[in-house]
Design a protein around this ligand. Structure first.
Ligand SMILES: *Cc1c(COP(=O)(O)O)cnc(C)c1O
Length: 251
């Protein structure tokens, strides 16, 4: 149950103006995705637009689904569980946040992909829960491409070993890579990071003997650059729903 306090601290009501503004931003994002795809010589449907929903009111999320959004990204277990009943069922949900092993059970049969697997410990825990529910759980390996000590993700050097170990787990399937690159001001540097991810994926494909088709990279500030370097899922929050009312420190 939510307390009165929590209710008030969240968006109390979504106005028609907010919905209008979101729809305008969505059109703009779609145009930019199409333009980036064209520039990269890719078909527009090779990139999925994920709407990242943290802190966003379900009314606004459903308006996005009504406008054609078919993929939602959640990164907080409790928030997801408290909001999911309100979501229109037309969209699938993927989990993009840090996942604590004791919370896997609560979400494993409610999401279609887990994006941020960065250790064998976590992979084994997901495999055990997937076995209990008798399902095979698709996952992405989170790579710390920027080498930032404070961030999650496995180092590029250790990725192959983790993927091979995951491929041995009967209830897990490694579908690709995910990254949250460090913020850089210089667009050339930014592209270099995504290019590095693409090359890493190509190398891991050979080394691990699996296709790793999904590349989850690109957020509000850098999705066009990510598309130029092979991203297949762009995870967009603030550029679609507007600025969040707290700093996004819990990435
Ligand atoms: C919040 C979040 C995003 C979206 O961030 P924006 O910059 O608002 O688009 C993408 N990926 C992850 C993992 C996030 O937590």
């Amino acid at each position: 149950m939510e307390t009165q306090n929590e209710n008030n601290s969240r968006n109390p009501a979504v106005t028609p103006e907010q919905i209008e503004a979101m729809l305008t931003r969505l059109e703009d994002i779609r145009r930019r995705i199409a333009a980036a795809c064209e520039k990269a010589g890719r078909s527009t449907d090779s990139v999925k637009l994920m709407a990242v929903t943290k802190t966003v009111d379900p009314v606004l999320i459903n308006a996005a689904i009504d406008a054609g959004i078919r993929l939602l990204g959640e990164n907080r277990v409790q928030e997801f569980l408290s909001k999911r009943e309100s979501y229109s069922p037309a969209a699938e949900v993927q989990f993009i946040g840090r996942l604590q092993t004791n919370k896997i059970r609560q979400i494993i049969d409610k999401v279609t992909l887990i994006h941020a697997v960065d250790s064998l410990h976590l992979a084994q825990a997901i495999d055990r829960e997937a076995q209990k529910k008798n399902l095979i759980c698709p996952v992405l390996i989170e790579v710390n491409i920027g080498g930032e000590l404070t961030k999650g993700g496995i180092t590029p050097e250790n990725a192959a070993e983790l993927i091979k170990a995951i491929n041995e787990l009967p209830h897990l399937r490694a579908e690709g890579l995910m990254t949250i690159p460090p913020p850089v001001a210089d667009p050339i540097q930014q592209e270099a990071v995504f290019a590095k991810m693409y090359e890493l994926r190509e190398r891991l494909r050979e080394e691990c003997g699996c296709s790793l088709d999904t590349l989850s990279m690109g957020m509000s500030g850098d999705y066009e650059a990510a598309i130029l370097h092979g991203s297949t899922i762009v995870r967009i929050g603030s550029a679609l729903f507007g600025a969040r009312n707290y700093p996004p420190k819990a990435l």
